[in-house]
Write a protein that binds this ligand. Structure first.
Ligand SMILES: [Cu+2]
Length: 271
């Protein structure tokens, strides 16, 4: 390393450490154990991206270090100015390779996952409506008839009518309303309709790999299929005000029989 300037040596060491930290950082498990069918596809997409981008990060830094090493050793004169063609090749080829591997690859890997989350309409899903309100989650099941009763924001009442249900609507009578509590059967697809009463919130259950915004004036929808029993955190993933951090709920995934029993125990809107 004799004649090389200290800054060249320092740069090579810096890039080596940076690369090592990046690789080790991503090798440490950082995701909660997945708990939904769709989540497996999301994980595959993330892993694919990390590996592809990771290979280029390592490769790029090795090449960079090699260039620094070569051009700092007094040998640069021997190489002269790089040709225009080499400049173009070094610019265009990596872009094209990244375009194919990263963009096309992600579309290929994540396309089916997107369809599953947003396009597919499963047979016999568990229907659920979740409304966000600073800083709480309101949950509604359609009850035995499988139909959500009529609701009107003007009738929303904090004490006994969180969804503003219509007293005279037959479909509303068997609706089940919960505060921050969701119970779901394992293995059955769940379709959630999401609404907000005020600002943008985001329905986030890390284990399901589900993170869907709730938009004012608009009902969004997300589908997922829980694959294992357990109790999971529901969080708001969109900074929605001072109490954002307190906007939490629980999702309990249980055996189908337990879910049916739970549904029967719940109070309905009609009482
Ligand atoms: Cu929120």
């Amino acid at each position: 390393m004799g004649g090389r300037p200290a800054v060249a040596k320092a740069l090579i060491v810096f890039f080596a450490i940076l690369t090592a930290i990046t690789v080790v950082g991503f090798l440490i498990p950082w995701r909660r154990e997945v708990a939904s069918e769709e989540g497996k596809g999301i994980d595959l997409t993330i892993t694919y991206l990390l590996v592809v981008a990771g290979i280029f990060v390592v490769l790029g830094h090795v090449i960079l270090a090699r260039f620094i090493w070569r051009s700092s050793g007094g040998e640069v004169a021997a190489y002269g100015r790089p040709s225009k063609r080499a400049e173009w090749a070094w610019s265009i080829v990596p872009v094209l390779v990244m375009l194919v591997l990263s963009e096309a690859g992600v579309l290929f890997v994540s396309g089916p996952v997107w369809d599953s989350l947003y396009v597919e309409s499963p047979e016999d899903p568990v229907l659920l409506e979740v409304a966000g309100k600073q800083f709480e989650w309101y949950v509604r099941y359609p009850g035995k008839d499988g139909k959500f009763g009529k609701a009107d924001l003007k009738s929303v009442n904090e004490t006994d009518n969180l969804f503003g249900l219509d007293d005279f609507d037959d479909d509303a009578q068997d609706d089940i309303i919960k505060r921050g509590q969701i119970c779901l059967p394992v293995g059955r697809p769940v379709v959630v309709r999401l609404r907000t009463y005020d600002v943008i919130h985001s329905f986030f259950v890390p284990e399901f790999r589900v993170k869907q915004d709730l938009l004012p004036g608009y009902a969004t929808r997300i589908k997922f299929t829980p694959t294992r029993e357990g109790e999971f955190d529901l969080a708001c993933a969109e900074l929605c005000g001072l109490g954002h951090y307190t906007m939490k709920g629980k999702v309990r995934v249980v055996k189908p029989e337990e879910f049916d029993a739970w549904l029967k125990e719940q109070m309905t809107f009609g009482g």
